[in-house]
Design a binder for this molecule. Structure first.
Ligand code: IPM
Ligand code: MG
Length: 355
């Protein structure tokens, strides 16, 4: 029996609520498909920080590095200084584990979830490949004359040839396996001139993939097209900050933050899976947050681990429930967290019973 070591960080706000539900679903599929997830739960997040001043201790970080995957609920709580826990947990994992791909599928499972008029499930099926270790997130910033009237603040966007090339190549590798075989480069090279490195590297990598079509959009136009003509996108690759922004837009196009999931990936190494949504502290512990995005993150994690059939059943269960209307939606309060989890688990059981 395959066994996998999984680190689980529920985190802040609704993070622990949706994580608990996703774990129950993962237990059901692992039982059915005959593999084992050995979970180690970590208490890190804002509560833990406020109680202990500890964010992510070295010992735990070392343990996590030896695991197969990490599952994260959500991070963010106004009681902690802005960015402290985000950088101490999410960014630390992304940077120190070199998780250079942030993979964010945007797929519409049911037309009723889409806020765009006249768009169907065939129009919204794209994958955003967000660069995840460089750009505006590199952490290179500073302040001069802090607190003075003439204060100066700078933040440097950093792009390396190796960093840009590997994420572009990853996008082409995925596109190769998809029916439409298209990669769109989304940048702002007309204004952010350093992104000329993206333009040139994209052309070089594209030449190695003659079967994959290429396209280009400046990020402002890409936001417009994602709303007006989402069907134009198949795989898109983009620098870190743009990827952050357009995937929130994408999440709305596919039905809201309650469904969007992501993988922070370094192929072949321990990788991190999380819903895209935040911690929504006001709903914490109330049992009203939708666990669907967390379940979808679990499905992405299983796919990464090579448990493809189990991963697909999780996705299909959610899709079937949404299409048939049994899952009313993926918004807060559409279902109680546990009730949505139960629906998904029983759908998984009935789907696999027929096999
Ligand atoms: C995301 C989040 C993070 C980001 C925050 C929490 C630092 O918005 O994963 O999209 O900006 O990357
Ligand atoms: Mg974001």
């Amino acid at each position: 029996m395959s066994e996998y070591d999984i680190a689980v960080i529920g985190g802040d706000g609704i993070g622990p609520d949706v994580t608990a539900e996703a774990m129950k679903v993962l237990d059901v599929v692992s039982e059915i498909f005959g593999f084992r997830l050995r979970r180690t739960e970590y208490p890190f997040g804002t509560d833990h920080y406020l109680a202990t001043k500890e964010i992510f201790p070295d010992k735990a970080f070392e343990e996590v590095q030896g695991m197969n995957a990490i599952f994260l609920g959500a991070i963010g709580d106004p009681r902690a200084p802005v960015g402290l826990i985000e950088f101490g947990i999410i960014a630390k994992l992304r940077f120190e584990l070199d998780l250079f791909v942030n993979l964010r599928p945007i797929k519409l499972y049911d037309e009723r979830l889409c806020p765009l008029k006249g768009k169907t499930v065939d129009d919204v099926d794209m994958i955003i490949v967000r660069e995840n270790t460089e750009g505006a997130y590199s952490g290179m910033h500073g302040f001069a004359h802090k607190g003075q009237a003439l204060e100066v603040a700078t933040q440097t966007m950093v792009y390396t040839r190796a960093g840009v090339e590997r994420v572009i190549r990853y996008a082409f590798e995925i596109a190769k396996t998809r029916p439409r075989k298209q990669v769109t480069l989304i940048d702002k090279a007309n204004a952010v001139r350093a992104q000329d490195l993206w333009t040139r590297t994209f052309a070089i990598v594209a030449a190695e993939y003659p079967d994959v079509k290429t396209d280009h959009a400046y990020v402002d136009a890409a936001c417009m097209w994602m709303v007006k003509n989402p069907e134009w996108f198949d795989v898109a690759v983009t620098p870190n900050l743009f990827g952050d922004i357009i995937t929130d837009l994408g999440a709305m196009v596919q039905g809201g933050m309650g469904i969007a999931a992501s993988g922070n990936i370094h192929p072949g190494k321990v990788s991190l899976f999380e819903p895209i949504h935040g911690s929504a502290p006001k709903y914490a512990g109330k049992g009203v947050a939708s666990p669907v995005a967390a379940v979808m993150a679990g499905s992405m994690m299983l796919n990464y681990l090579g448990e493809t059939a189990a991963s697909e059943v999780m996705e299909k269960a959610v899709a079937d429930l949404l299409r048939s209307g049994r899952l009313k939606g993926v918004g807060t309060g559409d279902h109680r967290t546990e009730e949505a989890g139960e629906l998904i688990m029983s759908e998984i059981k009935s789907l696999t019973a027929k096999v």
